[in-house]
Design a binder for this molecule. Structure first.
Ligand code: GDP
Ligand code: MG
Length: 353
């Protein structure tokens, strides 16, 4: 490798502006990512260009969130390229990691890209690493500064790499800005990346590298999250089914209770009717007995009256007979008296007897 040749790899998430940066500073015309599909599925190398007396070549890499290739494929593509370059005595003078300051938060994709970037580089090369924030025009200066500060000071963001020698720079999408950034790297002593050391020096298979392990861990984590999601959906489904069953059970229970209440009400109604009928029957019987008793009483009184009348009649007859006899006796006596009187008055012919 000629002393003046400087190789810089540009990494970062899809859409972070890697290709745009490379096109701007190298005069290349690689396709940029204007839509949803990512454009840089392969590693591509820019034509070299002169900067501060050195010949600079930039390596464009696909992000670990490509729409057409799996992360494992992306790792293989990048690792193959870097290891091939190392075997051909081409070491990297610097690595740029692009990050959009316009992103309101560092989401899963950004974090995965950054973690993979770290596993590819290792810690020893961090002094040759530049974290370049771009798209400053998309946010207000205050918001951008606040995010930059947060990115630089958060333990799970860029703080650990900054502490180990990486630097953070702003890019305003101008050529001057790109030159200023690259000028920080051109005089670096080229370093061997962790992935190059693992594969070329230590003869590891790509699958045995830290980057592959990180991907496996990431995939495992994704699988775990998906399983959790599946479990959660299943639990929700089961809960919904159970709730539905419970609702059906409760509805049946209510229906059963309603029928039982109706039965009880009908039974009570029947009992009430039966009781009323019984009472009516008893009342009717009592009334009949009372009527019978009254009729018998009236008959008895009638009989007594009849008897009294008969006795009275007999008495009257008896008295009439007596009176007739008395009258007869008195008549006889009177006739006798009259005869005697006539006899007495008629000279002896008339003797009162
Ligand atoms: N405002 C702004 N847009 C940019 C900048 N860099 C890239 N872009 C846009 O961001 C999109 C993605 O850029 P690209 O270079 O394809 O990203 P890559 O996937 O990382 O290569 C494109 O629409 C670019 O025009 C920048 O510095 N400022
Ligand atoms: Mg690109």
């Amino acid at each position: 490798m000629a002393d003046s040749e400087v190789i810089v790899a540009v990494m970062g998430a899809t859409g972070s502006g890697k290709t745009t940066f490379i096109n701007l500073v190298s005069g290349a015309n690689f396709a940029t990512n204007d839509g949803l599909r990512s454009c840089t599925a392969e590693v591509q190398t820019s034509k070299s260009f002169a900067l501060l007396g050195r010949q600079v070549t930039l390596i464009d890499t696909p992000g670990f969130d490509d729409t057409t290739r799996s992360d494992t494929d992306i790792l293989k593509v990048i690792a193959d390229y870097l290891c091939n370059a190392y075997q051909n005595q081409k070491k990297l003078s610097g690595i740029i990691y692009m990050h959009r300051i316009s992103d309101s938060r560092m989401g899963g994709t950004s974090k995965r890209n950054f973690t993979m970037f770290r596993k590819l580089c290792g810690d020893d090369t961090l002094k040759n690493v530049l974290i370049v924030t771009n798209m400053w025009g998309e946010v207000s200066a205050e918001v951008g500064s606040a995010r930059e500060k947060e990115l630089a000071t958060d333990d799970i963001l860029f703080k650990p790499v900054l502490e180990k020698g990486a630097r953070m720079l702003r890019h305003d999408n101008t050529l001057a800005s790109a030159h200023r950034i690259l000028s920080c790297l051109v005089n670096n002593r080229p370093e061997v990346l962790q992935i190059q050391d693992e594969v070329v020096n230590k003869h590891k298979d790509i699958q045995q590298t830290a980057a592959a392990a990180e991907l496996a861990r990431e995939l495992e984590e994704q699988k775990r999250k998906q399983q959790e999601e599946v479990d959660r959906v299943r639990r929700e489904h089961e809960a919904a089914v159970a709730a539905q069953q419970e609702a059906t059970r409760r509805a049946l229970e209510q229906e059963r209770a309603r029928i039982a209440a109706e039965e009880a009400r009908a039974r009570a109604e029947y009992e009430r009717m039966r009781r009323e009928q019984e009472e009516a029957r008893i009342r009717t019987e009592q009334q009949a007995r009372e009527m019978q008793r009254r009729l018998e009483e009236e008959a008895r009184i009638a009989r007594e009256r009849e008897e009294q009348t008969r006795l009275l009649h007999e008495e009257q007859q008896r008295q009439a007979v007596q009176q007739a006899a008395e009258r007869e006796r008195l008549r006889i006596e009177l006739e006798a008296a009259q005869r005697r009187h006539r006899r007495h008055r008629g000279g002896g012919d008339c003797v009162v007897q």
